[in-house]
Every structure is written in structure tokens, then in C-alpha cells.
Design a protein around this ligand. Structure first.
Ligand code: CP
Ligand code: NVA
Length: 303
């Protein structure tokens, strides 16, 4: 059931004003935990995990508790989902117990099925296609360090994966330039770039990582082997030229920040010198998952 229920499924499904409201609320919640109060007292969030997680699990659990609410965690292997109960039936049942559902799943169709058949808000905690909570935290982190992201230049070097897709959505919604350097076989779909460019973004493929980062305000990468990937050695061969090292960072603006959603595979997509360097803001990104998700939860459940 969708109707008037407020889902947080993907950044392309929400307008820029809504995302800005959520982002500003995340910043306010970070400034004062006390001012946020306990608006979710008596509410329960279900967290469904079909894939591993550290940040998403802990930040949603802690965030919900800070807002006065409670959580229940389901791992697919420990629930009937893992034995073949349909997502639609699970959605109908969980909607009788909880006030919202967050899901991390291997298939975007399960996310939409949950939203269609449940009657409570559904939040995307990562699919093979996107990771919207992460990129909201990333935009918040950029703005904390460097001011408004509108009109600025973000460079992506690496796999054109789920996180890259959400960055493309964000470029359209927040109005920034995104240059993607990805191996030909691992590029996000051209149709996604066409959508972004028709929707307020300026998203393009660069010919090389060096061309992508030239003069950029922010350099981003992610693991070369995501949780849904089986072809590890092939990917490593393709992606080695896209590693973010100090030489690549030197091509960005001197005040450019380095971002990575984590977990990082040090020595693969990023060197220790970059991730541990002065321009890295990866720990702030991780912290901001907590604050932005509190804002998302209140938007879904109270507004
Ligand atoms: N960045 C992120 O989503 O981390 P986890 O996989 O630990 O949740
Ligand atoms: N692209 C990574 C992100 C992990 C948070 C994955 O899907 O495994």
C-alpha cells in the first residue's frame, strides 16, 4: 500500500525541497540531541537484513532509541523470509506490529514489494541499485565541511555501483556537477545520466580518473567488490587504474575532501595515506548516517 504513506525509497523519488528539509533537519539533530526530544516514543522500527551491515544496523538502532523509539531486527536467515515466505506477506504481517520498516536487500524488487504490500513507511537501507541514506549523509558531510553543494564539483573514481547511482540522483536533486570515471564495463546506465541531466544535475563520464578529479571539490570512491559481486579478480583488474591515491588527489582542488561510504578495502580502491589523510572526512560520513537517518525517520513517521 503506498498512497499517503511516506516511504524513503530512492532520492529520485523525492523532490529537492523534501530532501533539503531532511538534510537541514539532520544538521539540526546533530547540533542538539536534546532539542530533538523523543518524538518517536512508543514507535517501533523493523530492520530487515539480507546482507551484512555495521553502520546501517547500529546507526538505525541507536537513532531510533535516541528518538524514544524501539527496534526489532530480522536477519533473513533467522526469519521465515529465508525459508520462502513472500515479501508481500511479510510486509502485511510486519505492518500489524511495527510503525516503519528498513530493509537492506539484494533486490530492488523486494524493496518496492514491501512498500506496495505493507501499510507503513519503508526505508531503503541499500539494494544492489542504490544507497540513498548513505548519500544523504555524504551530502550533509560535504556541506558541513565546504558549504552548499549546489554548483560544486564531485568526482567519482571506481565502480559505477549502487552508491554511485545514488550520487547521480543526488546531483539532480541538489544541483551539483558529478564526473564519473568508471571502466567501460562498470559504468552506470546512460539512461540514469540522461535522467539526471534532464532533472537539474550535470552528470558526465570522464575519460580518466585524472580528468574526473581535475579541480573537483570532492573525490569519492567505494569498494571494487560490492556484496552482490562474485567476479572479484576480474573487477580488481579492471579497477586498479581507478584507485584513489595521493597522486590522484593532487589533481583535485587543494581543499577537496575525500569520501568513502565504508567499509574500505585499504590498498585496493583507496590508499592508507588518502583515507587517513587530512582531507578525508570518512568518519564524519559514518557519524552522519546517525543524524540523517533520525531526520528521515521523523519525516516518514511524524511530518
Ligand atoms: N556504509 C554502509 O552502509 O555500511 P554498512 O554496510 O556497515 O552498513
Ligand atoms: N557498494 C557497497 C556498499 C557497502 C555499504 C556494497 O553494496 O557492498
Amino acid at each position: 500500500m503506498t498512497g499517503s504513506v511516506r516511504h524513503f525509497l530512492d532520492l529520485d523519488q523525492l523532490d529537492g525541497a523534501t530532501l533539503r528539509l531532511i538534510l537541514d533537519r539532520g544538521l539540526a539533530m546533530k547540533r542538539s540531541r536534546e532539542a530533538a526530544g523523543k518524538p518517536l516514543a512508543g514507535r517501533t522500527l523493523a530492520l530487515i537484513f539480507e546482507k551484512p551491515s555495521t553502520r546501517t544496523r547500529v546507526s538505525f538502532e541507536v537513532g531510533m532509541r535516541q528518538l524514544g523509539g524501539d527496534v526489532v531486527v530480522l536477519e533473513s536467515q533467522g526469519s521465515q523470509l529465508g525459508r520462502g515466505e513472500t515479501v508481500a506477506d511479510t510486509a502485511r504481517v510486519l505492518s500489524r506490529y511495527v510503525d516503519a520498516i528498513m530493509i537492506r536487500t539484494d533486490s530492488v524488487s523486494k524493496l518496492t514489494e514491501l512498500a506496495e504490500h505493507g501499510s507503513v513507511p519503508v526505508i531503503n537501507g541499500l539494494t544492489d541499485r542504490s544507497h540513498p541514506c548513505q548519500v544523504m549523509a555524504d551530502v550533509m558531510t560535504f556541506e558541513e565541511h565546504r558549504g552548499p553543494i549546489k554548483g560544486r564539483v564531485v568526482a567519482w573514481s571506481g565502480d559505477g555501483n549502487n552508491v554511485a547511482n545514488s550520487w547521480i540522483h543526488a546531483a539532480a536533486r541538489f544541483g551539483f556537477t558529478l564526473r564519473l570515471a568508471c571502466p567501460e564495463a562498470l559504468k552506470p546506465p546512460q539512461a540514469l545520466l540522461d535522467w539526471a541531466n534532464a532533472s537539474g544535475g550535470a552528470v558526465s563520464f570522464a575519460d580518466s580518473p585524472q580528468a574526473a578529479v581535475a579541480g573537483a571539490d570532492c573525490v569519492v570512491t567505494d569498494t571494487w567488490v560490492s556484496m552482490n559481486h562474485l567476479d572479484r579478480s576480474e573487477r580488481i583488474n579492471l579497477l586498479t587504474p581507478y584507485r584513489v591515491d595521493e597522486r590522484l588527489m593532487a589533481g583535485a582542488r587543494p581543499d577537496a575532501v575525500f569520501m568513502h561510504c565504508l567499509p574500505a578495502h585499504r590498498g585496493e580502491e583507496v590508499t592508507d595515506a588518502v583515507i587517513d589523510g587530512a582531507r578525508s572526512v570518512v568518519w564524519d560520513e559514518a557519524e552522519n548516517r546517525l543524524h540523517i537517518q533520525k531526520a528521515i525517520l521523523t519525516w516518514c513517521l511524524i511530518d
